[in-house]
Design a protein around this ligand. Structure first.
Ligand code: PLP
Length: 356
């Protein structure tokens, strides 16, 4: 096999990034371990507990339950499963329209009615609209802390109050935002609201190697709602969705967090946000409407022909559901990359002007 992975030099819309060197090294070392069998692979299981404890520190909860999942999708499926198993019956889940599409998968798999509430004018969950959709059958209210398209943080404490009114659980999807939000004044975590479960992915802003998603529950009882007996293993029960799992992600997450929490993540957040603000200004100067970056993510209404010309120039870009160009300022996205990108944006615009 002679293929080489692509480099990150022109990757602007991914929510994953180059792993920290220590995380890459740990992933390789633990490649052949399986935290799904803790009786056999003890060291990686201890590392997983360290990661869960550290994620608890990052998200404001002591002694959380949880594990390193394959990614945010699995963690969100598990959150919905917890809520469904706790509630019983034919439950529904209420989430903002900005929720990640993994909830469509989760709801389909679990045969749960997913009710999507409209957003307010700044792309956040509209609390009144969420309140209109909940009822006695609501098992789970979801808030997003760092939305995929605009990097917005939903009003988590207010969503918690709505969940409490109907006795539902509250899940926060901080898959992407979780490693940036500790350095902001946002209210998003277990200490700010009655959060029951959370998704926070080391393989995104946590700079761990894929696969390293994070699923947290406030306490063991919630995680136990997922547990099945494991007769042929030395451990007695298993709450994960997958059986055999990669120890690479677990070890990689442990190494990244050990290296970077908190100062490395803070510096990275500040650098990335400054880059996002610089890019937002530059795109505005080009005449585009830009959605103000709240976290390091910029969306702008770049017309389709220009978007396609930029993709043809090799930039790995994607669009929001409303067709805006979207740049995620991940750790590998440097100011130099963005300057080269804006040069290309200007060249593409000039070319269009010549042609029209
Ligand atoms: N939740 C949010 C907010 C996301 O942005 C994403 C992916 O970008 C996910 C969940 C899904 O994560 P994964 O792709 O790791 O399954």
């Amino acid at each position: 096999m002679r293929a080489e992975p692509q480099d990150f030099g022109r990757v602007l819309s991914s929510m994953c990034t180059e792993p920290h060197p220590a995380a890459r090294e740990a992933a390789e070392r633990f490649l052949a371990t399986n935290p799904g069998d803790p009786g056999t692979y003890e060291t990686v299981s201890e590392l997983e507990q360290q990661v869960v404890d550290a994620l608890g520190t990052i998200t404001g909860v002591d002694d959380p339950a949880g594990y390193v999942a394959s990614g945010g999708t699995e963690a969100n499926i598990q959150a919905l499963r917890v809520a469904r198993n706790v509630a019983g019956g034919a439950p529904n889940v209420v989430a903002p329209e900005s929720v990640h599409f993994s909830f469509q998968k989760a709801a389909g798999l679990l045969d749960v009615d997913l009710r999507l509430a409209p957003l307010d004018d700044d792309y956040r969950a509209d609390v009144a609209a969420v309140r209109d959709l909940v009822d006695d059958e609501t098992a789970l209210v979801v808030g997003v802390a760092g939305t995929t398209e605009y990097g917005r943080v939903d009003p988590i404490p207010a969503l918690g109050r709505v969940a409490g009114e109907v006795d539902a659980l509250l899940h926060v999807d901080a898959a992407w935002g979780g490693f940036a939000l500790p350095f902001t004044d946002r209210e998003w975590n277990f200490s700010h609201a009655p959060v029951d479960t959370m998704t926070i992915d080391p393989h995104k802003l946590g700079q761990a190697a894929i696969p390293a998603g994070g699923f947290l529950a406030r306490d063991d009882a919630l995680l136990d709602a997922l547990a099945v007996d494991t007769p042929y293993l030395e451990s007695t029960k298993q709450a994960t969705l997958t059986g055999t799992r990669s120890g690479a992600g677990v070890a990689s997450a442990a190494a990244a967090i050990e290296e970077l929490w908190p100062d490395g993540y803070r510096e990275q957040y500040e650098r990335s946000l400054a880059n996002a603000e610089w890019l937002a200004d530059a795109l505005e100067d080009c005449g585009y409407d830009v959605v103000d970056p709240e976290l390091p993510l910029v969306s702008a209404d770049v017309p389709t022909p220009e978007f396609e010309a930029l993709r043809d120039a090799g930039w790995k870009l994607s669009r929001t559901g409303d067709d805006e160009l979207r740049v995620v300022c991940m750790p590998h996205v440097t100011r130099e990359m963005l300057e080269a990108f804006v040069d290309d944006v200007n060249a593409v615009r000039q070319q269009r002007n010549v042609n029209t």
